[in-house]
Design a protein around this ligand. Sequence first.
Ligand code: OGA
Ligand code: NI
Length: 348
Amino acid sequence: MGSLEDWPEPVVCVQSLSENGNQVIPNQYIKPKLERPSSCLNDVNIPIVDLSGLVTSREVTMKQISHACREWGFFQLVNHGVKTELIDEARDIWREFFHEPMEVKKIYANSPKTYEGFGSRLGVEKGAILDWNDYYYLHYLPFCHTKWPAHPPSLRDVMEEYTKEILRLGAVLLEVLSINLGLKEDSLQNAFGGKEAGACLRANFYPKCPQPELTLGLSSHSDPGGMAFLLPDEQVAGLQIRKDDQWATVKPAHNAIIVNIGDQLQVLSNSIYKSVEHRVVVNPNKERVSLAYFYNPKNDLLIQPISELVTTKTPSLYLPMTFEEYRRYIRTKGPQGKFQVESLKSPR
Ligand code: OGA
Ligand code: NI
């Protein structure tokens, strides 16, 4: 296993590869044949949930969310109360950051210790096949020393406002999911550490790619955390989910925030809800920007199936593990489909 002290080889910014004019991508980005994106794919309309329905037609909306969590692990929130201008600003400001000169971005170069800052790889295995992606990783909660970029100057204010909205949505949805699982409404939030739940952002930049058929912007993975809130790029498709063993491209609705179940909710719900594999394909003519916000359990709590969901008929499927320990895996190995959560299965 590589160590999390430092990267195993010099990190190459993918945008600089994209801009060097080469029509051939370096070998280190060429995926094995079976992992490459196939050309004839279906679009998929993942369920749309009108969140304002929680007030106007609560029962129907609760049922829709329950169905989406059980059958899809993914849904799109509309009428979520986050202002369109704020959504647009958040996306635009990160696009602007990624277009800052290399010297500026390099100031924030990250290390695998915390991943916080500007980076271009996930995992520390020397010689690993890499993804066509640059990103900026920010730990927002617990409050400590969030590594905000100083440019663009309004980034911090915009993102603090956007974060408030994500935390609001996270709290609302954890309540809904708790009730839908037959638990007390604060059950999942408490399992996340109550007010000490964690939140971190991965702002993704997928530069244009001259050979998109050979690589991926982000390899297949399920999100390791609790619940993810994704602001997709509405102009450029790219997100694919594995549905019925086929890859399908997500068509985001206007102003939607895509929500998906992460591995920690799969564990807490004893697999009633499942995290779903997803990946990102890249584009020859267009760059793509997305913001993935993760709402997570507090780092040092043991996460295991909630006791009310463990019965003689439904025994506990997973061994307890803290999120801190759990996330070391993706930080070391990079994205590996659903391998990690499967490996938590308790021996029976
Ligand atoms: C992620 C992710 C999807 C996207 O950052 O975990 O799945 O569309 N992103 O960028
Ligand atoms: Ni993801």
